[in-house]
Structure formats: structure tokens, C-alpha cells
Design a protein around this ligand. Structure first.
Ligand SMILES: Nc1ncnc2c1ncn2[C@@H]1O[C@H](COP(=O)(O)OP(=O)(O)OP(=O)(O)O)[C@@H](O)[C@H]1O
Length: 791
């Protein structure tokens, strides 16, 4: 029985073997010629074997090409066998690729939209091992292939890495990275541009938001190095994380086996990255967004001892994200305080063994409630903070209250999840006097470490804590899973932690996750776990984060009041300015009038007082002197003093004059009274005689007074009923002066103003002076006295 058929032979023919062709022809010929000899029944199998051998040799060639690539010295720690140093081979491939940028690889990348650097070596490997490419994606994650070259196993992981990288890159590139960017990842452009992340945030704000995921590798401790631990994590290009699993030393069969995985994140920080760099790449933009009324969350996730607390809190010398964010926040608030009122309030709580506790004022456990703002811890203290120092003091106080215990894995292990919440409220009045209220909330979360019971402690309390920590982290991972899968129900209620993180994960929030990992190969399991969840978290989409604006429309009456208040304040300001101007003017006028008085008053007064023309002449020169030395401070003061002295002298003279006149007046009145008395006596005698003649006449003192028709018209009624003596006494100096003035006839009311007196021509000596002169001449002269008395 012929085993092989024509079709089989044809198939083999397609493989192109001349020998086979010849054999087939021979057999055909043999077949056509009468007696068909019996074929060897194993012939077909042999041919098959040949073809397979050929294929095998081809594959072997391809893998030997890879093996020939020499490893770089710094990568040796990743490999027990230099010939299979995966990372170094990848590097070499990358380098080769750089040199032949325009080669077919570009086309592959273009077609498949696979980023260049990390994918290239794997792409090549994948093309070599086509079978692996067809493997289902799910298997690819952890699919060590036991192959003589062992590289294939990594290539499978790498294929998955390609997938994840593609997802990550797509997300990043969608928003910020230009399409030509992949080449930039090749070594030269290692520096991660923070601006790109800003663009991601902006994109997030615009439509949908996704969680940004960062990875931070902690440095290896000396203790770990001394214990012979090897570093299983390598960070390349500030984005890609290569995780290598070394075989167990006791597993002799798999001693040379290496498994690995590749991950890509928004940014990955190596063990030498500074705290400031971590802060500015991950959180600085969130702080800015919070000030604009958006919510932001940063949480650290990772195994115990991986550096979460170090990243969030840091040390005194190297403060962490919490401290740097608060500092930045206050700096920005101070810069903007001129255009509104900012209020910063903060609270600090921990979730320990599924109970929520206030770290700033410890007491009874708090109850979580859901209201319009989301989940809140009822009774949580909110401190109003005014400065960074105050916040740092509060943080220290809170940390003292936080539960930490030494475990086998970490000497200062945090046994609780700590959440620092900073609420920034910004109030400002817009043009229409409405109060605009913006509220932004920043949550900074330091999670407790996920751990294995063995890694920490076996004691009861510690294991209980560990179980609770793990339970809440498990709940967190369930939520992440549900969110990634787009499920309707997200099991937030499974733990207190997820309830508190509800806003950050699925709410209206910009969220950042920092996955902390340890470098030691002993922590491979935890590191892989952390990276797995971090990779998953990248796919979580939160709701578009819009600014929390609240506009409070004031009632009309309030608006009117506010407007009125503003108007009044404006008016008040203007009036104050006017007043200041007027006061200045007044001061100038006073100075001028003082100067004018200094020049005119003494001369006029003295002209009134002294008829001496010499004195007048002397004084008349003053104005010219004043005009000459126009207000030099010394001369002005001197002149003012002179004026004052002169005025004082004049006043004294006038007072003396008045006294003298009073005396004279008194004596004249006395004389008059005596005369009246005499006259009345005489008239009584005459009356006596008249009565004898039959006529009765009543004589009063007033009737005896001389007629005062010329001035009596304007006398007050009291004048009529008072005795002459007091009336005369009451008359003032000015009345005397005016009455005696010769120009009196020209005055309407018989009264002169003070100005008129001063304006009296100096040449006409006043009556007062005449009186004095006459008085001096003949003080007892009756006629003179009577004239003055009449006045
Ligand atoms: N980037 C780093 N640079 C220097 N030291 C670090 C770094 N990260 C962590 N460490 C150190 O590692 C130790 C453990 O870190 P840390 O306490 O932050 O871990 P953790 O993840 O918070 O652990 P746990 O979950 O148990 O609280 C600390 O002594 C810390 O100072």
C-alpha cells in the first residue's frame, strides 16, 4: 500500500527540494511503466522528518543570532548566564535599530502602532517565533516557555508587554505625545517632559479622565545587598519597568531559567529619583487644579517596606509629597490672595482595623456617611490652616497618633491607611456682585502595605492587622477590576478604605497612583503583584473633572445695599481727597493773609493811633520789604513776631485809653448829675412859684435831658428806661469811635463795621484821638465833655 499520495508529494514539492522532486519523478516514471515497485512505507515519514529538520535548523539559526549578541557589563546582575542576558540583548537591538531607523522596523511599528523602543526586540523575536504570537493574550502575561534558548519565554511576556505598552502609549499619545514621538524614547530623549503630563490632565479635564499611574523603585538597602539579594527591577527610559524573576537557587532543574515581564507607565522613577522630582511630576499639576476648584487624589500603593510612607511623608531632610504639596499650595495661595479670599482647611484620618479615626483629635471611631459632597467621616475635625508651618506641625501631630509597628519587613511599618485631605475654598465677587465660590479638594493617601503573613509577623495582633490591611486592599483591587471592566456596580462598600476612596476612583477627580516597589528578588511576588494592579489601574476612567463652581446670587435688596455701600465708599474717598486739597489751599491763604496783615494792619492801626506821620512812613515801608523778601522762612517768622508784638502793644494802648475814657466819662456823668440836681432844685423852686400861679407841671429827669433827636431814632427801648450813667457805660469803644467820626453822616444805620474803621483815612484823626487830645488839653472843659457825652 502506497503510503504517500500525490498530493502529499506535491506538498513536499512546494517545499522545494530537488532531491524530493527527483524521487517523485522517478516514482512517477516507475508508476507509469507497467510494474509499479512497492515503495518503502516509511518514505513519507522520512520526508516529513526532513522538512521538520529543515525548519528546526532555520529556527536554530535565528536564535543563535540572538545569542551572539554580547551583554553589557552593567546588565550582568540581571543574568546568571551572560549568553541569555535579556536586557542587554534588548539594548543591543535598540541600538541596532537606532542605526537603521528607516529600515523595515519602522514599517512594522507604523502598521501595528506599536511603540518603538521597548517593543522592537520583542517584535523581532515575535516575528521569529510566530507560534508564540498566536498565543492567546491571557496566557501571555505569565507564560514561561521552557525552550533551550529561554529567551522565548521572555519574548512571550514581551509580547504582552507590547500589548500593555501599546495601551499605555496610546493613552499618552492620544492626549499629548505627538505621533512622531516614539523615536524620542530611544535613549536620547530620556527626560520625561512634565508638560506632557499637563497635557494629559488637560485632556482629562476636557472629556474623560483616567488615572495616571507612576512607579517608584526604592533603593536597595545595604542589609539586603549583604544578604545577597539581587535587583529584579530595571527602569528604562523613565517609563518602562522590566521585572526579572530569577530561578530559585534550590531548584536545580530551573537554575538557569529566567522569567520576566515588561510594564510601561506614565512615568517610572528609579531608585535615585529625588522627592522633589517625584512631586513635580506626579502632584504639582493636581495642586494647581485644586486651586481652580477641581478635586485631586494621590495614593501610594505597594508592598510593605516598599517606600510608600517615604514617598508621601518623607523625612525632615527629604520631605515627601504631602509636605511639598502643602508648601506649593500655600505659595500659590499667597500669590493669588490679591484677587479673592482663599480658605485652606485640612483633616487627617486613618483607617485602622476597619475603623476610621481622627488623627488630629483622637477619640471615638468615626462613622462614614454619604451626603451630597460624597462620603464623609462624621465628626472629623477640620482645621483652618494659615501657613505651611502650621500644616506641617499638624501633620507631625497626626503622625504621632498614627498606628505604626515594627514588623519583620519594615521597622516602622504603617499599620493603617492614612488620608490627609486639604480643602481649598476660594470666594470672590464677580462684576454683578455675585459671590463665586470655588471648592477644590486634595486627598493625599498613604496606604498600608500589602503583605504576606510570613513577611511580617505571626503574632495575633499583627496578623489581625495584616488581615484587615489585606482585606481592604483586596476590596480596592475588586473596585479597580469592576471599574476597568466597566461594571455598573462597584463594590465600594466592601471596606472603609474603598468607601473613602470612592471619589478618587470613580468620582469627579484627577487621580494619581504611585506604585512603590522594592528592588530585591525576594520581593518579586509582591513587586509583580503591585505592578499588575498598577497596570490595571491605568485603565480606570474617572468622570471628567470639572471645577466646582458655586455662584451665590445675592437678593436684590442686598445687591442694592452692596452697591450703595460701594458708592458711599467711593464718595467718601473723593471727599477726603477734596478736603485735603481745600486744607492745603486754606493753609496757603492763611499764610498769605498773615503776610498781608503783617504789612497792612500795623500801619493802619498805628495810623489810627498815632498821628505821627514819621511812624506812618516807617511802617508804610514794610509791605515793600515783605514783597522783596517773598516769604523766606526766617524773614516771615521775624515779621510775624514783629506784627504780633506790635499788635500786643496796640491792644495795650487801646486798653489804657479805654480805661482813661471810662474814668473821664464817669466824672463827666457825675458832673452832669450834679448839674441836673441843681437844675431840678431850681425848677422846683420855680414850680413852687408857678403853683402859686395855678399851673401844675411834672418834672422828670428825662424831661430835663437835652433833646437827642439827631441820634435818638435808633436807640433801643431799654435806653429810654435806663439811667444815662449805665447806658453810657455799656457803650463800646467802637460806638464811641463811630459816633464821633465825621463821616458818620454818610452811614445808614449809624453803625460802622470794623473794616470801615480800619479803612478810615489816616490823615483824618479819629474822634477818639481828638477826645484824648482835648481831654489832655482841658480835661475839665465842660463843652468838650458834653460833646462826648452826647455821643
Ligand atoms: N526612595 C527612597 N530613598 C531612600 N530611602 C527609602 C526610599 N523609599 C523607602 N526608603 C526607606 O525604606 C524604609 C521603608 O520605607 P517606608 O516605611 O516608606 O515603607 P512603606 O511602604 O510605607 O512600608 P509600610 O507599608 O510597612 O508602612 C524606610 O526606612 C525608608 O526610609
Amino acid at each position: 500500500m502506497p503510503v504517500s499520495t500525490r498530493s502529499q508529494i506535491n506538498n513536499q514539492d512546494q517545499n522545494g527540494s530537488n532531491t524530493e522532486q527527483r524521487t517523485r519523478n522517478t516514482s512517477d516514471q516507475e508508476g507509469t511503466h507497467a510494474s509499479v515497485p512497492l515503495r518503502n512505507p516509511h518514505q513519507g515519514l522520512k520526508e516529513k522528518l526532513k522538512a521538520l529538520t529543515l525548519l528546526y535548523e532555520q529556527q536554530k539559526k535565528a536564535s543563535s543570532t540572538l545569542r551572539n549578541l554580547s551583554p553589557k557589563p552593567e546588565d550582568k546582575r540581571f543574568s546568571t548566564n551572560p549568553s541569555v542576558d535579556l536586557l542587554s540583548s534588548c539594548r543591543k537591538k535598540e541600538k541596532d535599530f537606532e542605526e537603521t531607523k528607516d529600515s523595515e522596523q519602522d514599517n512594522v511599528i507604523k502598521d501595528s502602532k506599536i511603540p518603538t523602543v521597548p517593543t522592537l526586540p520583542y517584535a523581532m523575536l515575535n516575528s521569529t517565533v510566530t507560534r508564540n504570537l498566536q498565543a492567546p493574550a491571557n496566557d501571555a502575561k505569565e507564560n514561561p516557555v521552557m525552550d533551550p534558548d529561554r529567551v522565548i519565554g521572555f519574548s512571550l511576556c514581551a509580547r504582552k508587554a507590547n500589548v500593555s505598552t501599546t495601551v499605555a502609549r496610546k493613552l499618552s499619545m492620544e492626549s499629548s505625545v505627538p505621533q512622531t514621538e516614539p523615536r524620542g524614547f530611544l535613549g536620547n530623549e530620556n527626560v520625561l517632559e512634565v508638560g506632557k503630563l499637563e497635557a494629559v490632565y488637560q485632556k482629562n479635564e476636557a472629556s474623560e479622565s483616567r488615572i495616571l499611574v507612576f512607579v517608584r523603585l526604592r533603593p536597595m538597602f545595604r542589609k539586603e545587598r549583604e544578604a545577597g539579594l539581587r535587583c529584579c527591577v530595571k527602569i528604562v527610559n523613565r517609563k518602562d519597568v522590566y521585572l526579572t524573576e530569577f530561578a530559585n537557587e534550590n531548584d536545580y532543574l530551573r537554575l538557569k531559567r529566567i522569567r520576566g515581564r515588561h510594564f510601561a507607565f506614565d512615568a517610572s522613577f528609579s531608585d535615585s529619583t529625588s522627592q522633589q522630582e517625584v512631586y513635580s511630576t506626579t502632584t504639582a499639576d493636581l495642586v494647581e487644579a485644586v486651586l481652580q476648584g477641581r478635586n485631586g487624589s494621590v495614593f501610594c500603593y505597594g508592598a510593605t517596606g516598599a517606600g510608600k510612607t517615604y514617598t508621601m511623608l518623607g523625612t525632615t531632610e527629604n520631605p515627601g509629597v504631602m509636605v511639598l504639596a502643602i508648601k506649593d499650595l500655600f505659595t500659590k495661595v499667597r500669590q493669588r490672595s490679591c484677587d479673592g479670599n482663599h480658605t485652606v482647611r485640612l483633616s487627617y484620618l486613618e483607617v485602622y482595623n476597619e475603623t476610621v479615626r481622627d488623627l488630629l483629635s483622637p477619640g471615638r471611631p468615626l462613622v462614614l456617611r454619604e451626603d451630597k459632597q460624597g462620603i464623609i467621616a462624621a465628626g472629623l475635625t477640620q482645621y483652618r490652616a494659615y501657613s505651611t508651618d502650621e500644616v506641617i506641625a499638624l501633620l507631625q501631630k497626626g503622625n504621632q497618633n498614627r498606628t505604626t509597628e515594627p514588623t519583620r519587613a519594615n521597622e516602622t511599618s504603617s499599620r493603617s491607611h492614612a488620608i490627609l485631605q486639604v480643602v481649598v475654598e476660594y470666594r470672590v465677587k464677580d462684576a454683578s456682585m455675585n459671590v463665586v465660590n470655588r471648592v477644590g479638594k486634595l486627598s493625599l493617601i498613604d496606604l498600608a502595605g500589602s503583605e504576606r503573613a510570613l513577611a511580617t509577623d505571626q503574632r495575633t495582633l499583627r496578623s489581625l492587622e495584616g488581615a484587615n490591611i489585606n482585606r481592604s486592599l483586596l476590596a480596592l483591587s475588586s473596585c479597580i477590576n469592576a471599574l476597568v471592566e466597566g461594571k455598573k456596580h462597584i463594590p465600594y462598600r466592601n471596606s472603609k478604605l474603598t468607601q473613602l476612596l470612592k471619589d478618587s476612583l470613580g468620582g469627579v477627580c484627577n487621580t494619581v497612583m504611585i506604585a512603590n516597589i522594592s528592588p530585591g528578588n525576594l520581593s518579586f511576588g509582591e513587586t509583580q503583584n503591585t505592578l499588575h494592579w498598577a497596570d490595571r489601574a491605568k485603565e480606570i476612567r474617572t468622570k471628567a473633572c470639572e471645577a466646582n463652581f458655586q455662584i451665590q446670587h445675592l437678593p436684590e435688596s442686598e445687591t442694592d445695599k452692596a452697591k450703595l455701600l460701594l458708592e458711599l465708599q467711593k464718595e467718601n474717598r473723593e471727599l477726603r481727597i477734596q478736603l485735603a486739597r481745600q486744607q492745603q489751599k486754606l493753609l496757603t491763604l492763611q499764610v498769605q493773609s498773615l503776610a498781608a496783615n503783617a504789612s497792612s494792619t500795623p500801619s493802619s492801626i498805628s495810623s489810627l493811633l498815632t498821628p505821627n506821620s514819621q511812624t506812618n512812613d516807617k511802617r508804610k515801608t514794610r509791605p515793600s520789604t515783605l514783597a522783596g523778601n517773598c516769604f523766606t522762612p526766617e524773614s516771615r517768622k521775624r515779621r510775624e513776631d514783629d506784627t504780633v508784638r506790635e499788635l500786643q502793644r496796640t491792644v495795650k494802648t487801646l486798653e489804657a485809653e479805654i480805661e482813661r475814657m471810662k474814668k473821664e466819662h464817669g466824672s463827666q456823668i457825675k458832673k452832669k448829675d450834679e448839674r441836673i440836681y441843681e437844675l431840678s432844685r431850681k425848677s422846683v423852686k420855680t414850680l413852687g412859684r408857678d403853683s402859686k400861679e395855678g399851673t401844675k407841671r411834672v418834672v422828670t429827669r428825662a424831661s430835663l435831658r437835652p433833646k437827642e433827636s439827631n441820634i435818638g431814632e435808633l436807640k433801643s427801648p431799654s435806653h429810654r428806661f435806663k439811667s444815662p450813667a449805665p447806658t453810657t457805660k455799656k457803650r463800646s469803644f467802637w460806638d464811641i469811635t463811630t459816633v464821633n467820626s465825621p463821616s458818620m453822616a454818610t452811614l445808614t444805620n449809624g453803625r460802622k463795621t470794623r473794616g470801615c474803621v480800619i479803612a478810615e483815612p489816616a490823615v483824618a484823626p479819629s474822634m477818639l484821638l481828638q477826645v484824648r487830645t482835648r481831654g489832655t488839653e482841658d480835661p475839665n472843659s465842660e463843652s468838650a465833655a458834653s460833646v462826648s457825652c452826647q455821643s
